[in-house]
Design a protein around this ligand. Structure first.
Ligand code: SF4
Ligand code: SF4
Length: 438
């Protein structure tokens, strides 16, 4: 029986890890759909950003209560996984609490800490569920979250509560079995733990066989739940628990308001206005701006897959606040959805086959793009260093420069710049006329 459990566990672990690696590979492939971009500069500053923003969750603490609750969930997730290591090793070797004899009294300190964290995670997840579903904060009720994204957030919070409950019940039944001197459990007696001891009265009336069933059931469901969570991650906004780190590392280091220049355009203007300064033989890029995700950079794609869908960007966006169609959160979700659509196209056809669709128009409309004031509030607010404005600007450049699709008010100004080298309709020859009156 024990051997059968060990074999089953090894097979299950191998299948879960294989599936995760396969799906993680598809996400890396989808991120690499974007154009290349060298972001290997200033490693010291990038390390500082990663430690502060991803590891320290600096921006989350702007709202201290939410920051602390989120930190519990995050720390609980990371630290309790140390316990999972023991569960995995016990599963493979058929042992009971493998680390207990090695760590001595420190083992109980660790498990007590995990139990405290588990309870804090449960409290935090319940509060987050209440904020989303009962208090209904505005940023969680807007239409860009309709359907799967709203359910996704709830599923994960409920799963975390269930996993932590399994962990506490596992400890309660295990320590009861130890106290009863049941073979295998009594091998390494740990004594009671800080929170699970209060669950013991609920279980103490059960027979030894029923207690073993509860303990084994919690053990299996806990580890199956973790494997399921692992394989759910690639389909969920909770991928940010992994991608927030590289995303913070590769975040923009130049001042937020600085827009990327377009050398081909600059050269064109120089050629018109000061030909002596224009470099000779400069080639225009095949396309100005971006129409689809392949025209964006891999960092834009990493942004899209790192988005937590928290809506802090949209809550600060003047366009969203004033009822315009634009939501920077939707820009990120659309970019990820389109990348996944292209990824499935590649999976089906071996390489991308034109599907007659694009990020611009089919996902993100002209009305949304024109509503952006380029204020950078979304970039400033994002807790995981995402830059929705960068995508908006690239799509808008394509719209204007490749499709000549600009508001009528702008086209007069564009014509004047093109013909008169200034936004006004006066000939350049008349530019110094005003001096004659002096
Ligand atoms: S930069 Fe654009 S999308 Fe971002 S907050 Fe400002 S108006 Fe909204
Ligand atoms: S872009 Fe940033 S702020 Fe906006 S929803 Fe995504 S994670 Fe939240």
């Amino acid at each position: 029986m024990q051997m059968a459990q060990q074999i089953l566990f090894v097979l299950l672990s191998a299948a879960a890890i294989w599936l995760f690696v396969k799906n993680a590979g598809k996400i890396v492939r989808n991120i690499r759909l974007g154009r290349s971009l060298d972001l290997s500069d200033h490693p010291g500053e990038r390390m500082r950003n990663m430690l502060l923003l991803a590891f320290g969750q600096k921006k989350m603490f702007r709202n201290p209560m939410v920051g602390v609750l989120h930190f519990f969930v995050y720390a609980g997730f990371v630290i309790i996984n140390i316990e999972v290591l023991e569960i995995v090793l016990d599963g493979i070797f058929g042992t009971h609490r493998l680390f207990a004899p090695m760590l001595g009294g420190f083992y109980n300190f660790l498990i007590n800490s995990f139990e405290i964290l588990a309870v804090l995670v449960i409290v935090a997840c319940v509060i987050f569920l209440v904020r989303r579903n009962i208090i209904k904060l505005r940023r969680f009720t807007s239409h860009d979250l309709d359907g799967w994204p709203r359910s996704d957030a709830n599923y994960i919070l409920i799963t975390e509560i269930v996993l932590m409950t399994f962990f506490l019940t596992l400890n309660a039944s295990d320590t009861l079995l130890q106290a009863k001197g049941v073979e295998h459990y009594a091998e390494h007696s740990t004594g009671n733990f800080v929170f699970s001891q209060y669950l013991q009265p609920v279980l103490s009336g059960l027979s030894v066989n029923a207690l073993i069933a509860v303990e084994r059931g919690c053990w299996w469901l806990h580890i199956i739940g973790i494997f399921a969570f692992l394989n759910y991650l690639p389909y969920s906004k909770h991928l940010h628990i992994v991608l927030a780190f590289p995303n913070a590392w590769f975040s923009k280091l130049v001042p937020k308001g600085k827009m990327d220049n377009m050398p081909a355009i600059q050269n064109e203007v120089l050629y018109a206005m000061q030909p002596e300064l224009a470099p000779a033989g400069g080639e225009a890029p095949p396309k100005f701006g971006a129409k689809d995700v392949q025209d964006l950079t891999w960092k834009n794609m990493l942004d899209a897959f790192s988005c937590t869908e928290c809506g802090r960007c949209s809550a600060a966006c003047p366009a969203t606040i004033t009822g315009k169609k634009l939501s920077p959160r939707k820009i990120m979700m659309d970019t990820r959805d389109r990348a996944e659509e292209i990824g499935k196209n590649i999976d089906t056809n071996g390489s991308f086959q034109d599907d007659g669709r694009s990020l611009l128009h089919d996902y993100i409309t002209v009305e949304e793009l024109r509503a952006c004031t380029t204020c950078n509030a979304c970039v400033q607010e994002c807790p995981v260093s995402i830059n929705p404005l960068d995508i908006i600007l690239q799509l808008r450049r394509y719209l204007v420069m490749e499709e000549s699709n600009a508001p009528a008010e702008w086209t007069g100004m564009f014509g004047n710049i093109e013909n008169n080298f200034a936004p006004w309709k006066f000939s350049p020859d008349e530019r110094d006329k005003w001096t004659q009156e002096l």
